[in-house]
Design a protein around this ligand. Structure first.
Ligand SMILES: [Zn+2]
Length: 168
């Protein structure tokens, strides 16, 4: 094998890897406002990366289908991080919301980010519950997927109210 060509570039990987990982964590933490992308609670940047509630970098694999976006890195508590346990990430709905058959938030957002359109994401018995769920969801998504423009609408059907999530 001859090496006379000048077009071979090896990515430099050296002893600075640890330093780079730390600065990645700070960059990602600041971008996510030091809030865990899964449980939506604050992450203390001063805690050790080995502490359960310490900061760690998780992967938003749901974005992988999107052209050009291969796994977005997100800030998570170490104990919430889904990478190491290889479990599917789940963003829970707030427990005080009165919703029936709520869709998994990440899967729905993933489909909408790839294909656009609209989906029924939950049903509620009363209009006021639907309104509360809508406000909670939009607030939550503003942090979960800040780059995805989404909107909600409420439709009445079959004696219930449907909460619709759509891309704008
Ligand atoms: Zn968390």
């Amino acid at each position: 094998m001859h090496t006379s060509g000048s077009s071979v570039h090896q990515p430099r990987r050296s002893s600075t890897d640890t330093v780079e990982a730390m600065s990645d964590l700070n960059t990602i933490g600041e971008r996510d406002s030091w809030r865990c992308w899964l449980c939506d609670e604050a992450v203390n940047p001063e805690l050790s990366v080995n502490a359960d509630r310490g900061p760690s970098v998780d992967g938003f694999a749901a974005a992988k289908g999107k052209k050009g976006a291969v796994g977005i890195e997100r800030l998570a508590h170490r104990s919430c991080n889904t990478k190491k346990g290889k479990i599917a990430p789940v963003v829970p709905w707030a427990s005080d919301l009165l919703v029936i058959d709520p869709s998994p938030i990440i899967a729905t957002v993933d489909r909408l980010s790839r294909k656009g359109g609209r989906e029924v994401i939950a049903r509620c018995p009363r209009h006021s519950d639907t309104q509360a769920a809508s406000e909670w969801l939009l607030d939550r998504l503003s942090r979960l997927v800040p780059d995805l423009p989404v909107a909600t609408s409420i439709e009445e059907g079959g004696g219930q109210y449907l909460l619709i999530l759509r891309t704008d």
